[in-house]
Design a protein around this ligand. Structure first.
Ligand SMILES: [Zn+2]
Length: 332
């Protein structure tokens, strides 16, 4: 990655008058996936952030809600508008404790023999192809790559690598805080999936205790729609686990469940819109003639093998009432 790119990755636009920030290209929504809207641009006319402001300098809530999917709209509307000059570049704020997570990654990375395994490989690794095809945000795809390669600082993994002295789960006291424990087996995770099932009917499938992270990518375990929801939900659970570990206030489970369900639903809708729609054959119903007219519908059938045929005539007036008709059979 070039130096400039690395720099830009950590930089974000601070919105003042919105006049020099591009909605679709610039990074400007902090803590929001790629800092850009997830909503596809499509043929929307809005271009600059200033297009989203009213003349009095507030967010045009109505326009924002109709132009963006709910998860984007909420993130934009949460942003303060200052209107004190031109937009400017700033370092993206980092959450508390992010450095300790980073140093844990670094330690893991140096011990990881394969080096950078977070890129899709050409070696026919089917899991990577499946991850890249998921209907989830890019950040969540990277997250699943890490889950698959056990490249996340769960305590049991850090303990195994002599980075953490103890391996137990801080939340429920289970002996080993593995990734699977955080995402599926911990009391919080169980509650989370219980709520998801109550809301959507989607139930986590039974998967192999060791190969569950690749099992969930396979079509025989769940539908595409459920898979998006499950993986986004697990991303939410992992984020909450990190927040909790860094002493931050963690929103109630229900908030996380709603977030995951809404996001998965929105993304599913977007991908469904993008997929070519099969032409629907509309059955043409009988339509009445202009007022004062009669309509005459005719049809004919002929069976070449039997040498027989039939014709039919129906007359109807403009209110659809039957005016007369005739069906005739031609035996040869
Ligand atoms: Zn636990």
């Amino acid at each position: 990655m070039a130096g400039k790119e690395i720099l830009q990755k950590g930089m974000i636009r601070r919105i003042e008058d919105g006049g020099s920030t591009n909605i679709w290209q610039d990074r400007w929504i902090p803590m929001h996936f790629d800092a850009r809207p997830l909503t596809p641009r499509a043929d929307q006319e809005i271009d600059l952030v200033s297009d989203l402001l009213t003349e009095s300098g507030h967010w045009n809530e109505e326009l924002i809600r109709e132009s963006f999917i709910p998860v984007d709209a909420r993130a934009i509307l949460r942003l303060p508008v200052r209107q004190q000059g031109e937009d400017w570049w700033a370092w993206e704020p980092e959450k508390h404790g992010v450095y300790s997570v980073k140093s844990a990654y670094r330690k893991l990375a140096t011990e990881h023999t394969q080096g950078d395994t977070l890129q899709p490989q050409a070696s026919g690794d089917i899991s990577w192809q499946r991850i890249w095809g998921l209907d989830v945000p890019p950040k969540v795809k990277v997250f699943w790559g890490r889950v698959l390669h056990e490249f996340l600082p769960a305590k049991a993994i850090l303990h195994h690598r002599h980075i953490e002295p103890l391996a137990f789960c801080d939340l429920c006291g289970a002996e080993q805080e593995t990734i699977k424990h955080v995402l599926m087996d911990c009391t919080v995770a169980k509650l989370f999936w219980h709520e998801v099932k109550a809301l959507t009917g989607a139930k986590l499938p039974k998967m192999h205790t060791q190969f569950w992270a690749s099992d969930i990518l396979r079509p025989e375990f769940c539908t595409d729609k459920e898979r998006g929801l499950f993986i986004i939900g697990m991303y939410a659970l992992w984020s909450q686990r990190n927040q909790r570990r860094h002493g931050e206030n963690v929103p109630p489970i229900r908030v996380a469940v709603n977030w995951a369900v809404d996001l998965a639903h929105d993304l599913w809708q977007i991908t469904q819109e993008k997929k070519p729609v099969k032409p629907v054959t509309v059955r043409q119903n009988w339509r009445p003639p202009p007022s004062g007219w009669c309509k005459c519908n005719v049809d004919a059938a002929f069976d070449a093998n039997a040498g027989q045929g039939a014709t039919a005539v129906v007359l109807r007036s403009d209110d659809g009432s039957f005016g007369g008709g005739r069906a005739r059979w031609y035996p040869h």
